[in-house]
Design a protein around this ligand. Sequence first.
Ligand code: PGA
Length: 228
Amino acid sequence: MKYIIGNWKANKNLLEAKDWVDKCISTIKRSQNILNLLSNNSLSIIIAPPYPYIGLMKEYIGDRQGVFIASQDVSVKEGGSYTGEVPAKSLADFINFTILGHSERRINFSETDEQIHEKIVNLKKYNIEPVLCVRDENDVIHNEVRYIAYEPASAISTGPIAKRVSAEDVAAMKKRLNLPPESKYLYGGSVNADNCQEYLKNEEIDGILVGSASLDPYTFCSILEKTQ
Ligand code: PGA
């Protein structure tokens, strides 16, 4: 099973979001290869749009086998009088996964490992799987987490450096992270339609987290197409 996560970050308006979903669904429906991968449980597609489009995605996608919705974050609070927060309880009917601890949150919003842990506890109460992003072995890998994405900040395509990391280096980091055997290990950082196969073919890597290259539906579908 390979996991492919499309992280839209803070991009798209409503029209663009609808257009993306229309084009992506119709491309998948035309691709016998992607349909086979989904029905064989060889591929999980996880789309992480901004909060306002999560409900829309759910309507479009419904309970399609192998296609899931993720949020890009969750509140540290369980709920209550916290204006502006989006707690796990409000997301639970829509999503299966939440991306946590992305370097853009750690760096721009000073998110700490303690806050990430509180978020994990809240997500688990509502059966939402956290996908924990770590930049290297210095970020805490919380015991409860099964999905770990290695995402060095320097490899992110929109960052100041965008230094690509080879699949061999990603696999070497897996050893250093010392993950529990049942973990799913993903990689994110400048993954695109040209280089995705290098990661997807590597047996140590269970999937990829795709940012910029997920914004265009056809590019994203060509990445899905290259899974196997
Ligand atoms: P990128 O982003 O694919 O644009 O490098 C990946 C991420 O930040 O999750």
